[in-house]
Design a protein around this ligand. Structure first.
Ligand code: SF4
Length: 239
């Protein structure tokens, strides 16, 4: 297992919102999408980050074993974790063998083969379903909604539970109709356990400035908590 190498952006040793219980969060490097509100543009470059061996990463994670078990585990976001399927599959296989719960935090922006490689070792998928239609998905994420939908089909076939997420951006996807569309889409898959709405924030502005990348939503205000509360009611009434 020591020979398997991934490219790591960073780790967070004890997260509380990325899956059940306390989580060790492994941010992998590389993402094929370019979401207008991305908080981690420094993960985009697949050649960036630091190489890490599976064994070295496992050694770090084991130090937190007593905090993470029995209720928590390890969550792998990116970037896009499906960009490194062999590494994620090997990591999850080893984690499970040692009793850790495994969660893949993804936009579903990987190949069908990448999903097939990782899902058999995944206990939970957290999937960001970014926009309700292909036009907005392409415009604001430079990706394909159909790819994410196909990925979610694969999670259903594999019987892996899913938490769906959507970042709510004022003026882009914050209407009642947008959230009703999200609920309708979510009903396609029996394995979706919940839908979470996250407010658009502008905390990443400094990071963009540092990297010299223009922030596409520089003029967009943050999403107020009242909007999220109102939209959550729609989800609740729909279920
Ligand atoms: S999928 Fe995630 S990491 Fe990739 S651009 Fe979008 S928000 Fe950023």
């Amino acid at each position: 297992m020591g020979d398997t190498i991934g490219r790591l952006h960073s780790v967070q040793s004890l997260g509380a919102v990325d899956g059940p219980g306390l989580r060790y969060v492994v941010f992998l490097q590389g993402c094929p999408m370019r979401c207008a509100y991305c908080h981690n543009p420094d993960t985009w470059d697949a050649a960036g980050g630091e190489p890490v061996t599976l064994e070295a990463l496992m050694a770090q994670i084991r130090r937190y074993r007593s905090y993470l078990l029995p209720h928590g585990g390890v969550t792998v976001p990116g970037g896009e974790p499906l960009a490194q399927p062999a590494f994620v599959a090997a990591l999850f296989r080893q984690l499970r063998a040692e009793g850790f719960h495994t969660a893949l935090d993804t936009a579903g922006a990987g190949s069908a083969e990448a999903a097939a490689q990782t899902l058999p070792h995944t206990d939970l998928v957290i999937c960001d379903l970014k926009f309700p239609d292909e036009a907005r998905f392409r415009q604001y994420c430079r990706g394909e909604l159909s790819r994410t939908l196909a990925f979610l089909d694969q999670t259903a076939a594999a019987g892996v539970p899913v938490w769906l997420r959507q970042v709510i951006v004022p003026g882009l996807n914050d209407t009642a109709d947008d959230v009703r569309a999200l609920c309708r889409t979510a009903r396609r898959w029996p394995n979706v356990q919940k839908i979470e709405l996250l407010p658009f924030r502008r905390l990443c502005l400094g990071k963009y400035a540092q990297l010299g990348i223009p922030f596409p939503l520089a003029d967009t205000p943050e999403c107020p908590p009242e909007t999220i509360a109102a939209l959550e009611k729609i989800i609740k009434n729909d279920s």
